[in-house]
Design a protein. Sequence first.
Length: 118
Amino acid sequence: MDGVCLVWGVSPVDGLRILIEEGTTFGSIAKNNPEALAELISQPEIQVIVAIASPLRDVSDEWIQEKMDILFDVMVDIRPELARVIVETPGGSEWFSNSLKGLRNVLFGKPTLYRETP
């Protein structure tokens, strides 16, 4: 979050609000910036996070939805100002859920099917 906001020149609170209002998740940012994603994923620190979080590789979207409250409570403890933005911004909870799913997909390369509807 801090890195994205640094590039945008806004505070993390304002950046998060913008992401939620625009419906932009970290998964969609990663999808639209494959070179930056490849560089990020190749960093040793991220590889450590991926290794530690590897049990989450195969969790379902439903599991993430069920555990979202626990993860949100952690966010309240470590970044209360961002948790407040999620709660106070319309669509924030849905954005948080979608972001968690996207993060799982980004970290573990989980494929996503996109279908165009006529």
